[in-house]
Design a protein around this ligand. Structure first.
Ligand SMILES: [Zn+2]
Length: 1001
């Protein structure tokens, strides 16, 4: 491109033709590749670099690969360097060193690499000569990146927003480093333990041509082998117009391992190819024969004349010579038999080369519209425990995602001084990388060793330290006050040294949503009366309540407050509001606590009644819609199988949930209760025994009933592992059907003891009906829908009609033999007797037609909770006490999913329609957003649209098209945008843009 950079700022006023030209300039300027890549063409990488195949023969695609977990038995650092080989022999740096050397020796050889978290570290340490050699390998398609995210994310316990971020991080590095030849064509999730529909939808929107994985239910696989349906077309969205979320999906034949007898890694014991006929151990004939048998047998289970063999496994290729030397020979000797009539052709290949051949076969493929959960590898081995494993880490990961979004936004809104300002130098990258690492399928999933879980948490905490500086600098720039800011990370157990000690302080409430929120603020304090003023100096209603015993117990010596101050804070869209709090002398005493259950708690929207005999919840009423259901709730535990009864007996562990009995044990039939009832706040405090308590709460403005649970230390003195659930039993006629979300987005229908695509033989009546809940689950009948919004990923089910259960905590005494080698028995310095976990569920009762209107915004508020920061004393005079980064709130259906700095004067933004088609009368319709009217402090002067992962221009994203078996309905034409600045969002659509911005005067 020859355009001068300075022309750019005139873009807005240009004629349409010129705008196109300038936009393409904008393209090259934003997705920037190294200089020597500028003239690069892609004629020798990607599909063009594939080896030729032989028509009419069985073509066996050998895919050399390594599966490198971004932390599992060792930390990500230990895996990279090869430290702690006493735990597991694995060193990724040596793998990449070795593979590159082997690729350079023979241009026929191929290798794929997956986890950018590792590749990026290795690349940084290479001298320019090595980088040049590797670039050439990539340009020639000899080294191919597949998947390409920072890690291979877990699919059951991740939130879509964090998955999109981690993919963007990895793919951006590949794009910046290698240009178009570094862009992966194939998504590759060979190890995750079940597969989410939302992941498939995201991969489709990221431009992948196909997707391969290794694990699915054993009954499902048997069935698909029989019907030749291990390759299929996944229609991954009910809302997005096909083929927008269609993804070709292939199930690998052997997990991700080589066929039996053909593993030539240093970690394997299979015989090498011994090809000197003069030596006694000569085995070429034997190897060729066994290989032909393996290939022919595999071919029986697939449709085309092409099959794929994954030649590698966990951390293999550290000494790549072993693999390649034998693979070279295998190819030579097997293909030599073609002269004698053999019909097998073996070649070095990659997943994309294999995919290309499937595409060329021009077949039609069965269409799948549900997902691949739950995953069982045998009759009593359901991998449904990890939906809940490590509940505190799961919550911390979710909180950290909210902090990262806040940090990203404030970095943009505060301008350059956010990174370097009055509080020093900060960055968002540290937390971005820590979050990306935490998405790995042994991280947030909870299936890592304890010391690795600690490492993930430490990384998130460290990332937040870096972000705090950005946030403080930015708030100083926006407010005009650089008074010191305190962040209280232990507010969930009501500990915050500043509010406990101070007589006068101010609270900044930053809201990262693009619409205003009202949020209950709850602070530990020691006086009994306070005045709270909003940003205009107007007093707001507040209440002081005595701190519960349960909170004092979990808080321990981290705080010393005796009371909690509660008020409703309002914060503007993408902005903050500041509240001033001061002790009121001679004020009214704090609210009184009455013992025993109240008949009911209620505000103007909701009423919950209690059984006076048991102290348990009894009914729930929506006062606006005048509907009431019978509703009880209690805590139970399943007795985890200990796996001792026989050698093949399966124990519950980090991965697997296997209760000994389908009936859980009740913890207590009654709860000791006390209550507080004031106009601002109504709560019932329930104690179910020494290790389970709950607060059922209604704030004056809330439309959802809050249930804050505290569970732990789970007792194990009886020698029994326990899996603790909360269960809601209602009068709703749910008829065996319930609903769970997929990665926090679209909702899937679940039916007890049923799978949509095969006749299930149910062998685990509880564990076999568990599904991941990432943000919500519900049951309904014609009249009533009860929706539960969660604060982290958890497992759950509906085992009885009208019932909905969520697993909260697991403490287990045995390993479940899936590799982690430790029982899931969490203890820590703070909780030496066992981990105590606290969280909350939000309950919403509505008619089904109005349910999404309530749960969509509720779940989003819960994921992106406001960030509170505190300053000692009153707000400095002259400082700006309220700020919004938006000119106006976005419509309720539109979520600002991403706002982060991309280049010096460019931003990455994602706008999301957060409603599904048909789920809301009011909101499931297209909305238009004017990009130029978005920001209050930034002028948008250029716009370009990208794919979901921001590594390709949307108009250049051309995916392979696949034909479903069923007759396709005629495609609807997508709605055209009214102008380049006004973009339309249809239900569940996410649109990704780079905006060029300038400060608004
Ligand atoms: Zn793995």
């Amino acid at each position: 491109m020859s355009h001068d950079r300075c022309l750019y700022s005139n873009m807005v006023a240009l004629s349409p033709v010129l705008v196109l030209t300038y936009l393409s300039y904008f393209h090259s300027a934003v997705l920037s590749f190294p200089l020597d890549q500028q003239s690069h063409d892609t004629s020798s990488c990607g599909y063009k670099s594939c080896h030729a195949t032989v028509p009419n023969m069985l073509n066996v695609h050998l895919v050399p690969h390594t599966h490198d977990d971004v932390g599992w038995l060792k930390t990500v650092d230990q895996y990279f360097y090869g430290g702690r080989n006493d735990i597991q022999h694995a060193g990724v740096q040596y793998i990449l060193d070795s593979v590159v050397g082997q690729l350079l020796q023979n241009p026929e050889r191929r290798f794929i690499y997956v986890e950018t978290a590792f590749f990026y570290r290795w690349w940084k340490n290479q001298p320019p000569s090595m980088q040049k050699a590797v670039r050439q390998l990539v340009d020639q398609g000899r080294l191919e990146f597949v998947n390409g995210g920072w890690c291979m994310s877990d699919e059951a316990t991740t939130h879509y927003s964090a998955v999109i971020d981690q993919m963007t991080l990895g793919l951006r590095f590949l794009n910046d480093t290698f240009g178009p030849c570094g862009r992966p064509r194939v998504a590759w999730h060979i190890d995750p333990f079940g597969h989410a529909r939302e992941h498939a939808s995201m991969f489709a929107q990221m431009g992948y041509d196909g997707f391969f994985f290794g694990r699915l239910d054993y009954q499902d696989r048997t069935n698909r082998i029989r019907t030749l349906e291990q390759e299929l077309l996944w229609r991954a969205s009910e809302s997005l117009e096909p083929p927008y979320a269609d993804l070709f999906t292939g199930i690998l034949p052997n997990g991700y391992n080589p066929p039996k007898g053909f593993c030539w890694d240093q970690s394997c014991d299979d015989a090498p190819i011994m090809d000197d006929p003069d030596l006694e151990d000569y085995n070429v004939d034997d190897v060729v024969q066994r290989f032909a048998a393996a290939a022919n047998s595999q071919a029986m289970a697939y449709k085309t004349k092409h099959i794929i063999m994954t030649m590698g496994s966990d951390f293999q290729y550290e000494n790549a010579n072993l693999w390649y030397k034998n693979l070279d020979k295998l190819i030579r000797y097997v293909n030599a038999r073609q002269a004698n009539g053999s019909q097998i052709n073996v070649l070095y290949s990659t997943p994309s080369c294999y995919l290309q051949e499937l595409h060329r076969s021009n077949l039609t493929w069965t269409l799948k519209t549900d997902d691949f959960f739950p995953y069982a590898d045998d009759a009593h081995n359901f991998w449904t425990g990890y939906f809940t494993s490590r509940p505190a880490l799961k919550r911390y990961e979710r909180v950290s995602n909210g902090r990262l979004q806040t940090c990203n936004q404030l970095e943009v809104l505060g301008g350059p001084s956010s990174r370097k300002g009055p509080f020093g130098a900060g960055d968002s990258e540290t937390l971005r990388e820590a979050m990306a690492v935490a998405q790995h399928h042994d991280a947030v999933s909870g299936t890592e060793k304890q010391h690795v879980a600690n490492d993930y948490a430490r990384r998130l905490a460290n990332g937040w330290q870096h972000c705090q500086v950005v946030v403080s600098n930015s708030l100083a720039a926006l407010s005009g006050s650089s008074a010191g800011r305190i962040y209280c990370d232990n507010l969930n157990v009501s500990a915050c040294p500043l509010t406990e000690a101070s007589k006068k302080f101010s609270v900044n409430v930053y809201n990262s949503l693009a619409r205003p929120v009202v949020w209950p603020v709850r602070l530990p304090v020691n006086a009994s009366a306070y005045t709270v003023l909003d940003a205009t100096g107007t007093p707001v209603d507040c209440q002081v309540v005595p701190m519960s015993k349960a909170t004092q117990q979990v808080r321990k010596d981290r705080g010393y407050a005796v009371n909690e101050l509660v008020f409703q804070a309002q914060a503007p869209p993408l902005g903050y509001s500041t509240y001033s709090v001061s002790v009121l002398q001679n004020g009214p005493p704090s609210a009184s606590v009455k013992s025993g259950p109240p008949a009911a708690i209620q505000n103007k929207f909701v009423r919950a009644t209690f059984d006076p005999a048991t102290g348990l919840l009894d009914s729930l009423t929506n006062l606006e819609t005048q509907q009431t259901i019978k509703l009880t709730q209690n805590f139970y535990w399943y007795n985890a199988s200990d796996g001792k009864s026989s050698i093949s007996d399966q124990a519950s562990g980090a991965y697997i949930f296997r209760p000994n009995s389908s009936s859980p044990f009740i913890i207590s039939c009654t709860a000791e209760t006390e209550s507080i009832q004031t106009p601002e706040l109504q709560e019932v405090r329930q104690q179910f025994g020494p290790w389970v308590s709950q607060v059922i709460r209604l704030h004056s403005n809330s439309k959802a009933l809050e249930m804050e649970w505290t569970v732990g230390p789970v007792p194990i003195a009886d020698g029994l592992g326990k899996e603790v659930i909360t269960r809601l039993d209602s009068s709703i006629a749910s008829s065996g059907v319930f609903y769970t979300d997929s990665n926090g987005r679209e909702v899937l229908r679940r039916k007890k003891d049923f799978r949509p695509t095969w006749d299930l033989r149910q062998t685990e009546p509880v564990a076999g009906n568990y599904y991941p809940i990432n943000s919500r689950a519900y049951i309904k009948d014609d009249k009533d829908q009860l929706t539960v919004v969660t604060d982290r990923s958890q497992g759950g089910s509906s085992i009885h009609d009208g019932s909905l259960e969520v697993m909260l905590h697991r403490r287990l005494l045995h390993d479940d033999w899936r590799g982690v080698g430790e029982p899931l028995n969490e203890m820590s310095g703070v909780f030496p007797l066992g981990l105590v976990v606290r969280g909350r569920l939000l309950l919403s009762l509505t008619p089904p037609a109005l349910a999404a209107d309530a749960h969509r915004p509720l779940a989003q508020e819960n994921v992106l909770q406001p960030l509170l920061s505190f300053t000692e004393g009153g707000p400095p005079p002259g400082s700006l006490l309220e700020f919004s980064g938006l000119q106006a709130a976005l419509p309720p259906a539109v979520h600002l999913l991403t706002l982060s700095q991309w280049g010096q004067d460019s931003l990455l933004i994602r706008l999301e329609h957060q409603f599904q088609t048909k789920e809301s009368k009011e909101h499931s319709v297209p909305f238009t957003v004017n990009l130029q009217k978005l920001f209050s402090t930034l002028k948008v002067v250029g716009v370009s649209e990208l794919n979901l992962s921001a590594n390709q221009w949307i108009d250049e994203m051309k995916r392979l098209d696949w034909r479903p078996k069923m007759a396709a309905k005629p495609l609807r034409k997508p709605l055209g945008d009214p102008s380049m600045w006004e973009v339309i969002l249809t239900p569940m659509q996410i649109r990704t843009f780079i905006l060029r911005v300038a400060p608004r005067r």
